[in-house]
Ligand binder design. Sequence first.
Ligand SMILES: NC(=O)c1ccc[n+]([C@@H]2O[C@H](COP(=O)([O-])OP(=O)(O)OC[C@H]3O[C@@H](n4cnc5c(N)ncnc54)[C@H](O)[C@@H]3O)[C@@H](O)[C@H]2O)c1
Ligand SMILES: [Zn+2]
Length: 319
Amino acid sequence: MNKIIFTNDVSKELKLTIENYSTSKIFIFTDDNTSKYCYHRILPAFEQEPVLIEIPAGEKMKNIDTANFLWNLLSTHNAERTSLMINLGGGVITDLGGFVASTYKRGIDFINVPTSLLGMIDASIGGKNGINFNNLKNHIGLYNNPKINIISAEFLDTLPEDQMVSGFAELVNHSLLTSQEEWNKIKSINPENVDLDYLQSIIKRSAEIKIRIVDSDPDEKDCREALNFGHTIGHAIESFFTDKNVPILHGEAVAIGLIAELFLSNKNFMFDFKKLFEVVEYLATYFKSFEIKFDEYEQIYEFMKQDKKIKKIKLDFHC
Ligand SMILES: NC(=O)c1ccc[n+]([C@@H]2O[C@H](COP(=O)([O-])OP(=O)(O)OC[C@H]3O[C@@H](n4cnc5c(N)ncnc54)[C@H](O)[C@@H]3O)[C@@H](O)[C@H]2O)c1
Ligand SMILES: [Zn+2]
């Protein structure tokens, strides 16, 4: 079960959390962006300066070599079972930090402080931790929840705009899974110019939607698959462009996946066309476009068949 605090004052909440905690040593895990832009915001929470660990930013670092580097570092700094790791960053840092903390000496406690929009509403929630392996995404990992997850939109003022827009794909996803009212709120926001106090309330709602779905299906046997909306096609699009060395962010691929899957829902299950049009219009306004040629559809379909969430080559779309 996730324990989550939503706050506008992350260092105050972190200080309170640490004060109630008996820990021998604190490690802060960051990448080179979050150590630069986010670390100073949490530093007032500590009476003694913690051990700061920094890795280069990016998905390419989410691998066994970085995990090895981190285990070594914990070991040389004499981290004990009572040590605490604070993962300060986007999904790469929370996935990797959660994995390393959960396996070092059979598990030390960790806290997530997500700093990207995707991290706040998705990656830091749900207890999935892991690394990529042999070019397969999230191939090695485990389920384990952080002791606490502290979520604050205050970090987002330094998040690059493309990362911010990309995170909106998951906000759209969660809102469409929930209600017309939630979707109405999202479609009125311009992701390129959003008030962070207002966004904090939107993040809270969206994170709660994910928590509700995850808590009702912790083993991913049933309705947690609903969160995969937009991802069956989205993951294939992400792999297709990555394979061609065309950079694409996860949310950018999911936005295309959402549109494609909504078209299928309209065709097969009469999903409301007006709403479909609204979603297309919203995503087309703010997201970058990517060209896919007619004769490339087959390659994308092949990637879809490799998706680990697809059983027995039966494509299962959740809309
Ligand atoms: N565990 C899960 O359930 C789950 C769910 C969804 C995604 N994920 C994983 O999350 C990862 C993607 O997460 P992401 O999009 O956050 O990527 P990321 O961690 O790479 O962060 C994106 C970029 O933004 C930078 N950044 C983050 N916060 C910043 C801030 N406040 N100011 C300035 N720069 C900042 C990072 O340094 C990085 O360059 C993927 O590895 C994906 O597999 C996991
Ligand atoms: Zn996603």
